[in-house]
Write a protein that binds this ligand. Structure first.
Ligand SMILES: [Zn+2]
Length: 235
């Protein structure tokens, strides 16, 4: 099954896919010492591509965003940006949000691993600033598509991390706190200069739909990974 953003689909010069259990890394693969190589191999296979055209990230919940000019594994990186055609960018998730950025005029794409830590560390702002400084892309010309993630009442957070987030994104019920994660991401994108209509957030919660998605929380932290991929086509 292909999960796509209706905002990105009309563009003929990119292809993208938000992953599900079906085309993801199994629990065993995700826990293997060589899981990043497995990630590249599977992303290549899923997209019928050569391994030499796939970029995977060693995601560490940072705000580090790199310009990706070549395939391979990007160490300690949570976001990549490229204008290279046929270079597949791959983000692994299991509750965190995969975030794709696309500048149609300049033909540049970005892919971010959006966990709450990376978002709190402003990875969205860092990526959008990088698109501007490197490729002269104005944020109002950017499109953003956000894939399945942990949502609302599934995103319980402890009182110790409340200070990372504005009150408006915290739900409080029966002395439990929950993060309105998708709303937070949307807000961050708009704060960084995107236009509301240029943001598409897919309406799926990874924990609520265990048949379709791996969920770090839903599977008690022992789970596989969805592979979310985007590339510029050579046309
Ligand atoms: Zn849920």
């Amino acid at each position: 099954m292909k999960l796509s953003s209706k905002l990105l689909l009309p563009y003929r010069n990119i292809s993208h896919n938000f992953g599900t259990r079906k085309n993801g890394l199994t629990i065993e693969e995700a826990r293997a010492p060589n899981h990043l190589e497995k990630c590249r191999q599977l992303a290549a296979k899923n997209n019928k591509m050569d391994l030499e055209n796939v970029a995977c990230l060693e995601q560490v919940h940072s705000n580090r965003v790199k310009i990706a000019n070549e395939s391979g594994i990007y160490p300690a990186t949570d976001g990549v940006i490229t204008n290279k055609k046929e270079l597949l960018l791959c983000i692994q998730t299991a509750d965190c949000a995969p975030i794709f950025l696309f500048a149609p005029q300049k033909k540049v794409i970005g892919a971010l691993h959006g966990g709450w830590r990376g978002i709190a560390r402003n990875i969205i702002r860092v990526a959008i600033d990088r698109l501007k400084s490197t490729f002269e892309i104005e944020p109002y010309n950017l499109l953003a598509a956000v894939g399945p993630s942990l949502r609302n009442h599934c995103f319980e957070i402890g009182p110790d991390i409340l200070h990372h987030f504005d009150d408006r994104f915290i739900l409080e019920e029966d002395d439990q706190y929950y993060l309105s994660f998708a709303e937070l991401i949307k807000y961050e994108l708009i704060e960084a200069g995107l236009i509301k209509d240029n943001i598409d957030i897919l309406d799926y919660c990874t924990k609520c739909d265990p048949h379709m998605f791996y969920s770090y929380r839903g599977d008690n932290q022992v789970t596989g990974r969805m592979l979310n991929t985007i590339k510029l086509l050579d046309r």
